[in-house]
Ligand binder design. Structure first.
Ligand code: SF4
Ligand code: SF4
Length: 97
């Protein structure tokens, strides 16, 4: 049998905090700097999941009869509203507290 030229890479040497964006997204709270939020018209939503498929932050959650965004993570990009084939999502301006 032929020996490997190099030892296989030891994944245990990767530090846990190398990529905090992917491992601890809650630290960033992208919803904190959102300028607009998506509002779902529950009567129009047919649960096709297009919004879930296209959302870049994967923050769309399934409810019993509709889909809606987790506003802690949603960054307000509006892609879900653009991609909803039933025009069930409207982007509204965030207001100051
Ligand atoms: S894309 Fe529109 S209709 Fe489809 S699940 Fe999302 S909100 Fe509902
Ligand atoms: S506005 Fe952007 S980040 Fe928020 S739910 Fe829609 S696609 Fe996702």
């Amino acid at each position: 049998m032929k020996l490997q030229a190099r030892k296989p890479f030891d994944q245990s040497t990767i530090p846990n905090d190398l990529c905090p964006i992917a491992t601890e997204y809650s630290v960033l709270k992208t919803g904190d700097w959102r300028a607009e939020r998506p509002i779902v018209d529950r009567d129009k939503c047919v649960k096709c999941a297009n919004c879930w498929l296209y959302c870049p932050t994967q923050c769309i959650k399934e409810k019993p009869a509709w889909f809606e965004a987790n506003l802690i993570i949603c960054k307000g990009c509006g892609i879900c509203a653009q991609e909803c084939p039933h025009h069930a999502i409207t982007m509204i301006e965030e207001l100051e507290d």
